[in-house]
Ligand binder design. Structure first.
Ligand code: CTP
Ligand code: MG
Length: 382
């Protein structure tokens, strides 16, 4: 069975407010839309994904989806059902998972249940029981509504592609808010599978706070270590921690040879399991000749944040007989904080000599060691 994920992201997110449509806002440093798409693309039973976006939002969508294999973006319509129709015109295959971009977290188990059930029904949707008392409402609370046998219906919803297309062709009512409504109206059966609280839709502004908290609770602390050495060569000044430090000798290196920034960059990459600085900025690449190492650090931070990581702290020890680090320590902390988008109290700089021993003791070069503490989830399912 070939399965396509169709993610509808053409809404304006008016109820959520916040400047841009909610699907482009960041959650844990990553656009909501990207979370939603990655969760489905990452499922082994999903072969392809397509995304429906609103006219004029191409740029935001490109940025949010950079590097993901979603084919050409599809232009949506005035209401959700129009957007789904636009998407359906572009897809084939056996099965489709229609999903709201506004539901960033989709556990793989939900997709497993949907696709297993689709063997026996034209469609399947995740549902959750209603926990609250239900009542008709006017100025005051009116008649209670019996909630037994009622459920809240979520997305993604799975359908056989032909069945969903045929059902939409026959639909003549007001715009439906999901596909189960349309498929049922066409006389076909839609199975209910167990939904998941993680699939809750972002609808109101307060939902973002809730989602951030939920996400933060799923991040695990991780640590990375970095080490770098550069030899003295030529005249100073030398760059340490992004600051020009007055000294009679400078350091040799392909870039500006800032051992402190290199060690911190490596520590951050290490914490996120993203390789090392040489992999991202190979010395063989002309582009980095004489480059300011602030570029490397800033890039590492962007990479981490794009993976939803939060940087908590970086700590670096400079190992050198000279120059003295103390007079520049605060300037270095401030500059590193600025480059990495941290506050100064999240950056620590220390220094030591090696009591005249070894290459640092012989004043042949400077070494730096750094530790980075971050929090990161492994995927949308943590
Ligand atoms: N959607 C869509 N095309 C539309 C309207 C909605 O693709 N014309 C998508 C939204 O982007 C969202 C999903 O349908 O992923 C669920 O809709 P909803 O939560 O109502 O989102 P919005 O319509 O964007 O929000 P609002 O109704 O508050 O404006
Ligand atoms: Mg809407």
């Amino acid at each position: 069975m070939t399965t396509t994920a169709l993610i509808v992201a053409a809404g304006k997110g008016e109820r959520a407010g916040g400047g841009v449509p909610k699907q482009y806002r960041l959650l844990g440093g990553k656009p909501v839309l990207r979370w939603a798409v990655e969760a489905l693309i990452g499922h082994p039973a999903v072969q392809s994904a397509r995304v429906v976006i609103g006219k004029g939002y191409e740029e935001l969508a490109f940025t949010a989806l950079a590097g993901l294999n979603v084919g050409d973006l599809i232009e949506g319509g005035a209401d959700r059902a129009d957007s789904v129709r636009s998407g359906l015109r572009e897809i084939g295959g056996d099965a489709v998972l229609v999903h709201d971009a506004a539901r960033p977290f989709c556990p793989a188990g939900v997709v497993d249940r949907l696709l297993a059930t689709l063997e026996f029904y034209e469609g399947a949707a995740p549902v959750l029981p209603v926990g609250d008392t239900l009542a008709c409402i006017g100025d005051t609370i009116g008649e209670p509504v019996d909630r037994s046998g009622l459920a809240r219906v979520q997305t993604p919803q799975a359908f056989r592609v032909d069945a969903l297309k045929a059902a939409y062709e026959r639909w003549s009512g007001l715009p439906p808010t999901d596909e189960t409504t349309v498929v049922r109206a066409a006389g076909m059966k839609v199975a209910a599978v167990e939904g998941d609280p993680a699939l809750e839709k972002l609808t109101l502004a307060a939902d973002f706070d809730r989602a951030e908290q939920w996400l933060a609770g799923r991040l695990v602390p991780r640590t990375g270590f970095g080490f770098d050495v550069h030899a003295f060569s030529g005249e100073g000044p030398l760059m340490l921690g992004g600051v020009e430090v007055p000294h009679s000798r400078g350091l040799a290196g392909h870039s500006d040879a800032d051992v402190v920034l290199h060690a911190i960059t490596d520590a951050l990459l290490g914490a996120a399991g993203l390789g090392d600085i040489g992999e991202h900025f190979p010395p063989s690449d002309q582009r980095w000749e004489g480059a300011a190492s602030s570029l490397f650090l800033a890039h590492a931070v962007v990479l981490l944040r794009s993976r939803g990581a939060i940087v908590d702290h970086v700590d670096c020890t400079v190992i050198a007989e000279a120059p003295k680090v103390a007079p520049c320590r605060e300037a270095m902390r401030a500059r590193i904080a600025e480059i990495a988008g941290l506050s100064i109290d999240q950056v620590s700089i220390k220094a030591t000599t090696t009591e005249g021993l070894g290459f640092t003791g012989r004043r042949e070069g400077i070494a730096a060691q750094a530790v980075a503490s971050i929090r990161m989830g492994l995927s949308s399912e943590g």
